[in-house]
Ligand binder design. Structure first.
Ligand SMILES: O=C(O)CCC(=O)C(=O)O
Ligand SMILES: [Fe+2]
Length: 325
């Protein structure tokens, strides 16, 4: 088993996206440097931090503040937007959820899908919540497209390849999360170690901390830095790149005496898409594929069983190794 030790020295590579919003003459060279930094981060840990990403700091703070106000509502209120069984065209039902009581994950969350396509479930309170969350959804969707374009370049794919492959925004979703305070030094699990089954994940977090990445010497915490967005690539990129780019294992550890609020935005393929190592990373370079192909929706279903039927041993949770050759 991986070491569960933590250290607090987790400095993620910082990628400045300003040149992607600039028409200045020297922006092209700066864009190339940022792209190279993303490439190195993806091959190294799969995690990086972005700055000058176009989502204003005050806006991010407002989102987390409204999220805290939402979760502070009484349980009876929040439960009014429990998703209706089987009512959803999306991969998961929209609405407020808590992991089952026997889950080791001690958190609660609200899932929001593409507001242009889906009726999301909201309460009347807190005031302004819906507009701000939907604006956040739109901003992170656009940011996802930019990161995807950068990844396309890092992976040496033909221009527009990923945009064309991942051309449907029905399976993306946003999760507002509140972690409960730890009750003892033993009871700290917030989210068990996992890799994201995504293409790209964004995390915004408050100043409490608790997100940790598994490195070669155990888990390392990702310190909160106001106004920055944490990015990690997910299993889809790991498979497409035939494991050249890493989908990192990470977890959330709860802190004593305080709730933690975060927002995760998941950029996903449509469930009907086929996922397998691309020829650029396999046949064309004489490498054997490390994964067999699968339909993305099937993998999502497999991963859902970890939530609906948590394995008694967390190490037995279903993951991308299911398809490993
Ligand atoms: O809350 C966080 O910081 C990350 C949550 C996470 O890893 C996930 O929802 O997949
Ligand atoms: Fe995650």
């Amino acid at each position: 088993m991986a070491s569960t030790q933590s250290s607090s020295s987790g400095a993620l590579p910082v990628v400045d996206l300003a040149p992607f919003f600039s028409t200045a003459e020297d922006a092209a060279a700066a864009r190339a440097r940022a792209t190279e930094a993303v490439r190195e981060a993806c091959m190294d840990t799969g995690f990086f931090r972005i700055v000058n990403h176009g989502v204003p700091r005050e806006f991010m703070a407002r989102v987390l503040e409204l999220s805290a106000a939402y979760f502070a509502l009484p349980d009876e209120e929040k439960s009014k937007v429990l998703p209706a069984e089987g009512s959803s065209s999306t991969p998961l039902p929209a609405g407020y959820l808590r992991p089952p009581a026997d889950s080791p994950d001690k958190n609660e969350y609200l899932l929001v899908f593409n507001p242009e396509l889906v009726f999301n479930m909201y309460l009347a309170e807190p005031a302004g919540f819906r507009d701000v969350i939907e604006e956040c959804y739109a901003k992170l969707t656009n940011l996802g497209l930019l990161i995807q374009e950068i990844l396309n370049e890092c992976m040496g794919l033909p221009p527009g390849f990923l945009a064309d492959y991942n051309n449907d925004r029905n399976f993306d979703f946003l999760s507002l999360i509140r972690y409960f305070p730890a009750t003892s030094a033993e009871d700290t699990n917030g989210v068990s170690p996992h890799k994201d089954n995504t293409l790209i994940t964004f995390v915004l977090q408050d100043d409490v901390g608790g997100l940790e990445i598994l490195g070669s010497d155990g888990f390392v915490s990702v310190e909160p830095v106001e106004g920055t967005i944490i990015v990690n690539i997910g299993d889809i990129v790991q498979v497409l790149s035939n494991k050249k780019f890493k989908s990192p294992t990470h977890r959330v550890v709860r802190k004593l005496g305080t709730h933690r609020h975060s927002l995760a935005f998941f950029v996903n393929l449509h469930g009907d898409k086929w996922v397998e190592p691309l020829p650029q990373f396999a046949a064309n370079v004489g490498e054997a594929p490390r994964y067999r192909g699968f339909k993305y929706g099937d993998y999502m279903q497999l991963r859902l069983t970890n939530t609906t039927h948590p394995p008694s041993n967390p190490e037995d949770a279903a993951g991308i190794t299911h398809y490993a050759i």
